[in-house]
Ligand binder design. Sequence first.
Ligand code: ZN
Length: 376
Amino acid sequence: MTTAFSFELAAADGRARTGLIRTPRGQIRTPAFMPVGTAATVKAMMPESVAATGADILLGNTYHLMLRPGAERVARLGGLHRFMNWDKPILTDSGGFQVMSLAELRKLTEEGVTFRSHVDGSKHFLSPETSMEIQRLLGSDIVMCFDECPALPADDARVAESMRLSMRWAARSREAFGDRPGHALFGIQQGGVTEELRGESAEALKVIGFEGYAIGGLAVGEGQAAMFGVLDYAPGMLPEDKPRYLMGVGKPDDIVGAVKRGVDMMDCVLPSRSGRTGQAWTRRGQVNIKNARHADDPRPLDEHCTCPACRNYSRAYLHHVFRAGEMISGMLLTWHNLHYYQEIMQGMREAIAQRGFAAWEDAFHAQRAEGDIPPL
Ligand SMILES: [Zn+2]
């Protein structure tokens, strides 16, 4: 077992890469998809079930955990890994993005952000220094810099001003993070959809130096074409020998398109959130289990899928438990969705290693274009 954090590229095919991140908590195969465990749980899943889907790492949300149950409490109880019974690596976000999207009465200054909790109205302060301290208390393996992300569309002047603040905060985050062997700090590139600003941000981050680099400020409503437009150049601005993490992405075809453009890590609530609303993601596209067409269908959701939902239950059962509001509905569909996402990642890792990514991608899109199996 290693005592250091490291990243090793094993193969590349075009701009797509596969490799391995080593941490004292275990290895992360890349490209990697990270399920989101917002409040110290991937909703509707036992941690051992999350591991069974093939996930090597989870994401935890600093904003949620600092408000409830509180970072000091988690630390007293042995840290987030022990608290939630997940012994593999955990990445925590900085809280910056969710303060902007969830908190009330925010006040942003050069120093940081003062806000009121959306849970109980209590007053809090987040800055690069407090975010580093909270993520240290949680025991996160991969810590994210505290940054600010303006909602798009925003004009270039606003995006530039915000990005430069985030770069000053990145330097303060690096300073506050200190020397923590075995733990990594990732910088976050900002700059909206403007190539020049993305370049300026990348240069600022490289001067500071990080163990990995995230592409932030995307998947905030700009649409897939604009996102891919940025991903056509943004990953290439970041160091070749460090992991690149695209934050908050996405749908299966977003993920495949991002990996094709040189992204190594991603996270998204979509597979778990969809699982709780009756939406399944399959190799033949999206399936709405609520639809009446499934009520008498004895076939599995996906006959090729080896997850428990597909192996042991019919579409008719999944339809019934959703309609009846039974908890097992969210459990089974979340499991299936996370399993399917990990299968995509595994497929891409193998295809890249064999220099067959283009053929794999063609097959991925062809299967989706067929659509769901016809009703009986
Ligand atoms: Zn399945």
